[in-house]
Design a protein around this ligand. Structure first.
Ligand code: MSP
Length: 486
């Protein structure tokens, strides 16, 4: 069972912010969940380093585009390390392996006569690196520039019927479903051939058949998904992982991934991705977070403040994946205090304290506590659905229902007042086993917390079913995973 998942390649014009982190965290959670379920996962991310926007940005900073790309891609890697992102590969578009794929794809499509020479006259949005009709970009709201250049065109308009029938035959290709109509409309009414080369731009991959020009940045960047799966270099790997199971993207770039990208793949006669999920935006003062609006929430400060698990939890818990949401620091702290420090953190400390006090830190005989087991099973039976439908917030709500059930069970049973030894053992086994299951259930979302709890239970088995905590297992000292804030 293989599972290939990707994030977009992030532009290297500036520091990563929580919008970038959001896509990557969500992809990481799915990758971790699939691994937990026994899938052989390939998870790739990376940086998009060419194009006019990067060239301009480097110029403003007084450095070369390559220097800018080197520094910023390192910043992304550092951030992903801090956020516990378990990617398998990091693709940089300035690497040779990526350049080779991009040029190969260009040539392949050219040989199939799907590329022709012409002239582009029209508007171009530099921040979105996108050809547009309007003077003001409908996607980012910024002013476009006018381009007049001889160019090579990809016969994109020819793919109208092929795309529409792929959408129809694969109803889960474009997700969330509310986006299908919008993409279909573009294909039906606005599909035009695409200018895929740029003149007078140095910072890019030279066009194989016209080396003074460079390949349009989107046309080359999209081919990274082939590179990541081993295209050209690792035949066996490619056969195993291709096509991608899901591309995670923000809704701003859904059309590149559901229209241009599949058309390119059809031209290359390669299988198409199974799903592209376009999630919503984190906004500040009702506007999409972006550097030029000056409303960016950086990640480092937040990570210093609340830590990786808390930030991961908050971003996936507070906003249904697919919708837009307003970022609020006080909502973050509220989640930290109530869900993490109170509900989860206290439960861990309470159970471990009792195990230390009443069981001398040794797991007793296996027992079935139906109300706790059933609370777990309730989460488990919905788990595949919740993850496959990208309903992180609902999944976490269910896990918290289980956590709160455990807290209530303690309040109700009052283990400290149970005099019957067997009864006490049963009750504490139920709680320790629940803790093992909770650790596993939270581990895709909060890998550090999951790991620490499993460590507290001396690394028990990872089976997602009741009763796998072994009698005689050593339980470690109690600890507090999360600190409350004022
Ligand atoms: N380089 C292109 C992608 C090429 S993929 C072959 C690009 N890069 S980007 O850095 O501008 O944005 C990448 C992604 O970051 C967006 O698609 C989205 O996933 C995420 N986000 C950027 N800002 C965001 C928010 N404010 N909120 C949520 N996600 C956002 O586009």
């Amino acid at each position: 069972m293989k599972y290939y998942i990707t994030t977009p390649l992030y532009y290297v014009n500036d520091l990563p912010h929580i919008g970038h982190a959001y896509t990557t965290i969500a992809a990481d959670c799915i990758a971790r969940y699939k691994r937990l379920k026994g899938f052989d996962v390939l998870f790739i991310t990376g940086t998009d380093e060419h194009g006019q926007k990067i060239e301009q940005s480097a110029k403003e900073k007084g450095i070369s585009p390559q220097e800018l790309a080197d520094t910023t891609s390192e910043n992304f890697k550092k951030l992903w390390r801090r956020l516990n992102i378990s990617y398998d590969d990091f693709i940089r578009t300035t690497s040779n392996r990526h350049k080779n794929t991009a040029r190969y794809v260009f040539e392949l499509i050219y040989k199939k006569d799907e590329i022709y020479y012409g002239k582009y006259e029209g508007n171009y949005c530099i921040p979105c690196e996108s050809y547009i009709k309007e003077k003001t970009c409908p996607s980012c709201g910024r002013k476009s520039v006018f381009l007049s250049q001889p160019t090579y065109y990809f016969r994109l308009s020819k793919y109208k019927e092929a795309l529409l029938s792929y959408f129809k035959e694969n109803p889960r290709f474009i997700m969330p479903l509310i986006k299908v109509g919008e993409m279909e409309n573009i294909v039906r009414n606005e599909l035009m051939d695409l200018s895929i080369t740029r003149k007078n731009l140095k910072w890019g991959i030279p066009v194989p058949i016209a080396s003074d020009d460079v390949i349009y940045v989107w046309f080359e960047a999209l081919t990274n998904y082939l590179t990541g799966a081993g295209f050209l270099e690792q035949q066996e790997k490619f056969e195993k992982y291709w096509p991608p199971d899901v591309h995670f993207v923000g809704k701003d770039i859904l059309r590149f991934h559901t229209i241009i990208w599949p058309a390119m793949l059809i031209a290359c006669e390669l299988p198409l991705p199974k799903m592209v999920f376009g999630h919503g935006w984190w906004k500040v003062s009702e506007k999409k977070m972006s550097k030029s609006l000056g409303n960016v929430i950086g990640c480092q400060e937040l990570l210093d403040d609340v830590g990786s698990d808390c930030l991961r939890y908050f971003l996936l818990r507070d906003l249904p994946f697919g919708l837009d949401g307003e970022f609020s620091y006080s909502a973050l702290i509220q989640r930290l205090n109530s869900d993490l420090a109170n509900d989860l953190g206290n439960l861990i400390a309470r159970i471990l304290t009792m195990a230390n006090k009443y069981l001398f830190s040794i797991v007793p005989e296996r027992a079935d506590i139906p109300e706790l087991r059933m609370a777990f099973e309730d989460v488990f039976k919905n788990m595949d659905n919740d993850f496959n439908e990208l309903r992180f917030h609902l999944y976490l709500e269910r896990v918290w229902h289980f956590i709160n059930k455990c807290n209530k069970y303690i309040d109700k049973e009052k283990p400290w007042a149970i005099s019957n030894k067997n009864r006490l053992s049963e009750c504490l086994y139920g709680l320790l086993e629940s803790l093992r299951l909770i650790a596993l259930l939270i581990s895709p979302i909060m890998p550090d917390a999951g790991e620490k709890v499993l460590q507290g239970l001396s690394h028990p088995e990872k089976a997602l079913s009741w009763g796998f905590l072994q009698k005689g297992t050593k339980v470690l000292e109690p600890f507090h995973l999360f600190k409350r804030r004022q």
